[in-house]
Design a binder for this molecule. Structure first.
Ligand code: DC
Length: 224
């Protein structure tokens, strides 16, 4: 199977880019952040305190998370319920960032991710794909952008949805999440030694996709 790992911080454009690359290559796109978000939603609904690691460890095993693809879109099911619409709220984003530091949460979700990659050609995005989940991936990309650019992208996205937004607040939130993702003890966000760094700050989406497709061609040839 062909495995392509795309890692990087929040707002670097990972999901947009990974989705496009997967469509171009006809591979399955696996959004691992959505799995951490589904786990967070499960724990949130149980009323678990995100700082209570013992409670998280004892409850995470009960989360029944499965992934399906409907019309090419990844659908996350929590005990059979499609929870896609609940995964992007600020509460779940914060809970996901906090509960994803837990080792038991990570072991469970990494297993699920490895199973998906064993069965099909995937483009998988996350924080630890090239380093931990798919260390043997044929292609590894580390996608970054400056904090300023990432904050502006998020700001424009919120404005588009007619939501009020404060650019300084967004920047502070991004820095806080980066800090937590990069400094956690288990599987911190980090560029794999054999990953190619792509800085998207001054590139359009098309340019980034082209760049990654040519990296894939270089590493494994143009065929599927
Ligand atoms: O990529 P995202 O914003 O949807 O990720 C949500 C949270 O999950 C984020 O705080 C980092 C965490 N995460 C992780 O720890 N490992 C991954 N492979 C993907 C996401």
């Amino acid at each position: 199977m062909i495995n392509i790992a795309i890692d990087g911080p929040a707002g670097a454009g990972k999901s947009t880019i990974a989705k496009r690359v997967a469509a171009e290559k006809n591979y399955i796109y696996v959004d691992t952040g959505a799995m951490y978000r589904a786990m967070a939603l499960y724990l949130y609904r149980l009323g678990i305190d995100p700082d209570d690691s013992a409670a998280i460890s004892s409850h995470c095993g009960g989360a029944d998370i499965t992934i399906e693809y409907r019309d090419g879109v990844q659908v996350v099911l929590l005990a059979g319920e499609n929870v896609n619409d609940y995964l992007r709220t600020p509460e779940v984003s914060d809970m996901a960032s906090r509960t994803s530091v837990n080792g038991d949460v990570r072991v469970k979700l990494v297993q699920l991710q490895q199973e998906l990659a064993r069965r099909q050609n995937v483009v998988m995005d996350g924080r630890d794909i090239g380093t931990v989940v798919l260390p043997d991936a044929q292609v590894k990309i580390f996608l970054t952008a400056s904090v300023e650019v990432r904050a502006m992208r998020r700001y424009l996205e919120l404005m588009e949805n007619d939501e009020s937004a404060d650019i300084d607040k967004i920047k502070a939130q991004i820095k806080e999440r980066d800090e937590r993702d990069m400094n956690r003890a288990i599987s911190p966000l980090k560029q794999a030694d054999d990953a190619v760094l792509v800085d998207t700050s001054d590139l359009t989406i098309d340019e980034v996709v082209d760049r990654i497709l040519s990296i894939i061609d270089e590493k494994i040839g143009g065929g599927n």
